[in-house]
Design a protein around this ligand. Structure first.
Ligand code: G3H
Ligand code: 13P
Ligand code: ZN
Length: 309
């Protein structure tokens, strides 16, 4: 099946009361773990690539890896640019075979974000590519950008309404208390569900996106720490909250940190248990299996998109 955009996926997710998982891809093992899980669960899938991933693995390699995935999986798969920071990177991905891009103008004032997003939409739509935008600012670390919790700002429902109307974007990432990385909450997890509901009410039938949605499972943190890691106090979004969000207007849930934890915990364990090991297949293979396990769990038990391909 060729790549699809997020348009049809989100329409079905919205009416079906589930969310599609958007998993970050950085190399072949991560991609294979994700795709194998989606295949077994017969789930639609968004493979997303950040600027950092493009720099690490290179655009051409990622495109060809995803092409290989498409040849071996009969699933609706979108290839999406995660956190595109300017028009140029979005254009490069649109011209270079992606079916969806995110323009992240969240660091700009509203009017500037609107102008930039509209420029990307005007370029993407005639080429059949969907555009995700972001309004409000998440805390946490993404690539080289670190936003302190005090600088995070939640999405304003009035602004969201105006933003979607004026930009024509296809989906909107909102800030309601999640953040990027493994340290999301100091105390109890707290998401502004009232704000989410209000934004959803203002934007009927419009797909919303939740970034920073890793749940940082304790067993993975423990596994990392057992084998020499130092992740005290790592804390993510409780799965119950994600399940609820997925039933409503949230149609795309972004997960990267949990895959990083799964991979790192596995490799740490193997190096401690078998210090003489030096065949990369002996640790990358099990890491791929662990990623597959995590993605299967997300799809089947959290996002509700099993069997929706
Ligand atoms: O939102 C950020 C994603 O986790 C990607 O992270 O920019 O380090 O690849 P990255
Ligand atoms: P996590 O860091 O919670 O996995 O979020 C990933 C993300 O939002 C990618 O855009
Ligand atoms: Zn993100």
């Amino acid at each position: 099946m060729p790549l699809v955009t997020t348009k049809e996926m989100f329409k079905k997710a919205y009416t079906g009361g589930y969310a599609v998982g958007a998993f970050n891809v950085n190399d072949m093992e991560i991609l294979q773990g994700i795709v194998e899980a989606a295949k077994e669960e017969k789930a639609p899938l968004i493979l997303q690539v950040s600027a950092g991933a493009r720099k690490y693995a290179r655009h051409e390699y990622l495109i060809h890896l995803v092409k290989a995935a498409l040849e071996t999986a009969d699933l609706p798969i979108a290839l999406h640019l995660d956190h595109g920071e300017d028009f140029e990177v979005c254009k490069a991905c649109i011209d270079g075979g992606f079916s969806s891009v995110m323009i992240d103008g969240s660091k700009y004032p509203l009017e500037e974000n609107i102008k930039l997003t509209k420029k990307v939409v005007d370029y993407a739509h005639p080429k059949g590519v969907t555009v995700e935008a972001e309004l409000g600012k998440l805390a946490g670390i993404e690539d080289a950008v670190k936003v302190a919790a005090k600088d995070a700002t939640y999405t304003d429902p009035d602004e969201a309404e105006k933003f979607v109307k004026e930009t024509g974007c296809d989906s909107l990432a909102i800030a309601i208390g999640t953040s990027h990385g493994a340290y999301k909450f100091k105390g109890d997890a707290n998401l502004d569900i009232a704000r989410l509901n209000e934004i959803a009410r203002r934007l009927p039938n419009f797909p919303l996106v939740l970034h920073g949605a890793s749940s940082v499972p304790q067993y993975l943190v423990d596994e990392c720490n057992k084998y020499g890691g130092k992740l005290p106090g790592a804390k993510g979004v409780p799965e119950e909250m994600l399940r609820e969000a997925a039933k409503g207007a949230i149609c795309k849930i972004n997960i990267d940190t949990d895959l990083r934890l799964a991979m790192t915990a596995t490799i740490r364990r193997i190096f401690v248990e078998s210090p003489a090991e030096f065949d990369p297949r002996k640790y990358l293979g099990p890491a791929r299996d662990e990623i597959k396990k995590v993605v299967k769990h997300k799809i089947a038990d959290v996002l509700g998109c099993s069997g929706k391909a």
